[in-house]
Design a protein around this ligand. Structure first.
Ligand SMILES: O=C(CCc1ccccc1NC(=O)c1cccc(C(F)(F)F)c1)NO
Ligand SMILES: [Zn+2]
Length: 411
């Protein structure tokens, strides 16, 4: 039935006047999505939060996210699962031993000639060296691996891990302030049980680390929607970037310009996801929900509200596949907490009060103390013609995806 959803997105829907039609096509009534049907698991431990709070670019953000979800009384509607630390063996499934040994070496404070070596591993300005980094790597990786194990063991259908989603890290280097790529490790774990994995990256930035890891295989299809403009990090992810070899056409990139709003973002992304679903027939979904594209973020690039991410996630949930939701970017800490609390409520089919409930970080939500985030009035550099062109190119790429016969899962 997602096919008929496609033609409900006639291209004219890229204009704001049609935003009401797309909201009927994509957003099933929340009661029919997940409330009561499946257990929703929420990955959390005090240690994981404390380590993430230390990340120097997002200090205390993890605590703010968790505290707001707790303050809205959502924890009692989920199974809260404490993650185990990933072992060196676990992380070696993706990262090189040299890189992991180097991260481990940093932990021993006595070693001071760390700085020269640091740069060859992408450590330095964007990813500063600090003593707790190895411990962070084990916890963050362990959290997403735990999420994957829960999906594999069919213990739950929906796993939320707002403390994962570090999509830039490479096999042998940190990047874009991601030290380890928990997403790649989680997808590799899922591949032990599922034949075809769909990865969706809604973060403002191109999910290059995940795309690179799987660009040569047709067993993981990556879709990334992101800002793509000269000089903007990481610079990859153009629409012609489709993957290589057996993976050709299994990397899907939706490059956008500054200023995109919900009314254009939702129909474009959802129509493309519907095409991908029909052609690829994924068995499990991993969705990175980075919030740095939300209006008010210091990145000042996209002009989205959490509703846009929620509507894309509702489409994914409507497929009734096992799914893992991950965090990622988001540098306005209160808005990031608002966004992920709103999504958590939406997944549970629970309405959240507009007033931010009293809790430890209430003062961060002034002056309005509301859950809603108002769109900004920044210029939208995405013309209708541009969006039509991107959509045409992306759907042409996707049309090359062929039905796959079932294969034994390897590993
Ligand atoms: O969000 C990211 C990584 C963003 C990034 C990539 C490369 C180098 C640095 C960064 N991070 C920032 O630019 C950054 C991080 C925290 C806060 C800010 C702020 F200036 F926008 F607040 C900016 N990926 O999804
Ligand atoms: Zn980002």
């Amino acid at each position: 039935d997602s096919a008929n959803k496609i033609d409900r997105y006639s291209v004219s829907n890229f204009t704001s006047k049609n935003c009401l039609t797309e909201s009927t096509a994509v957003v099933p009534d929340t009661r029919e999505t997940t409330a009561g049907k499946f257990t929703v698991c929420y990955i959390y431990s005090p240690d994981l939060i404390e380590r993430c709070d230390e990340l120097h670019k997002i200090p205390m953000r993890a605590s703010m996210v968790h505290s707001l979800i707790e303050a809205y009384g959502l924890l009692r509607h989920m199974q809260v699962i404490s993650p185990t630390k990933a072992t060196l063996e676990d992380m070696k499934q993706f990262h090189s031993e040299d890189y992991l040994n180097f991260l481990g070496k940093i932990a021993d404070e006595d070693d001071d000639n760390v700085d020269e070596e640091a740069h060859q591993y992408g450590l330095g300005y964007d990813c500063p060296v600090y003593k707790g980094v190895y411990n962070l790597a084990c916890l963050v990786s362990g959290a997403t691996l735990k999420a994957a194990d829960l999906l594999i063991s069919l213990q739950a259908r929906i796993i939320i891990n707002w403390f994962g989603g570090w999509h830039h890290a490479k096999r042998d280097s940190a990047a874009g302030f991601c030290y380890v790529n928990d997403i790649v490790m989680g997808i590799q774990r899922l591949r032990q049980r599922f034949d075809r994995v769909l990865y969706v990256d809604l973060d403002l930035h191109h999910g290059d680390g995940v795309e690179d890891a799987f660009c040569t295989t047709n067993k993981v299809l990556t879709v990334s929607v992101h800002k793509h403009s000269p000089g903007f990090f990481p610079g990859t992810g153009s629409v012609t970037d489709v993957g290589v070899g057996k993976g050709k056409y299994y990397s899907v990139n939706i490059p956008l310009h500054d200023g995109i709003k919900d009314e254009q973002f939702v129909p474009l992304v959802c129509r493309i996801l519907a095409h991908v679903k029909d052609r690829y027939k994924p068995e499990v979904v991993v969705c990175q929900c980075g919030a740095d594209g939300i209006a008010g973020d210091p990145m000042e690039s996209f002009n989205l509200t959490p509703v846009a991410l929620m509507k894309c996630i509702y489409l994914l949930l409507s497929w009734n596949l096992p799914i893992m939701l991950l965090g990622g970017g988001g540098y306005h800490h209160a808005n990031t907490a608002r966004c992920w609390a709103y999504i958590t409520g939406g997944v549970l089919g629970r309405k959240l009060a507009c007033e931010i409930p009293d809790h430890k970080f209430l003062m961060e939500y002034g002056p309005d103390y509301e859950l809603q985030i108002e769109v900004g009035n920044m210029k939208n550099h995405n013309s209708i013609e541009f969006l039509k062109r991107v959509y045409k190119q992306v759907t042409e790429n996707i049309s090359h995806i062929v039905q796959q016969e079932e294969e034994k899962t390897i590993q």
